[in-house]
Design a protein around this ligand. Structure first.
Ligand SMILES: [Zn+2]
Length: 153
């Protein structure tokens, strides 16, 4: 209620925000490094197959590594979005500029910002749903019980 305790609260919030942002940035850098290593691995694999004059399906040969890169890229995207949310910002759907969270139009390209979710977000939501959604009634009962037990702790 007092002026000083208010400042204290705000400072703590700011510190945890910075800590969160730093953590997210670190994970982005780490994933970028991992992607770089995978690129190298793919390059090496392709070159080795050239040296050995192997008749192989290159696309299939590096498929697993490519899928790993997909996965890491998604993680980077997610962390970037989280950083934007932390800073009360969002990305323009058209030019990807950082704009204020409540902006109705992009300050850079003027594009109207709709609340409509992107295809990627929709797919992600669906994935999350199916993760939690129990397959049948019996399973739903077990989940319910577990949740109740957790609440009691
Ligand atoms: Zn824009």
């Amino acid at each position: 209620m007092s002026f000083f305790s208010d400042i204290g609260k705000k400072t703590t919030q700011a510190t945890s925000k910075i800590a969160k942002e730093t953590k997210l940035k670190m994970s982005i850098n780490e994933n970028k490094e991992n992607i770089k290593e995978l690129y190298e691995k793919i390059g090496k694999k392709v070159y080795e197959s050239h040296v050995r004059e192997e008749q192989i399906d290159l696309k299939e040969f590096v498929k697993d590594d490519c899928l790993k890169i997909d996965e890491l890229s998604k993680k980077i995207d997610k962390a970037r979005k989280e950083i934007l949310i932390l800073n009360h910002k969002k990305m323009c759907k058209k030019c990807f500029a950082e704009i204020e969270d409540d902006a109705k139009f992009c300050s850079k390209c003027g594009e109207k910002q709709t609340e409509e979710k992107t295809v990627f977000e929709k797919a992600e939501e669906k994935l999350n749903e199916s993760d939690i959604a129990p397959e049948n009634e019996k399973e739903a009962e077990i989940v319910k019980k577990e949740l109740e037990e957790k609440n009691e702790e």
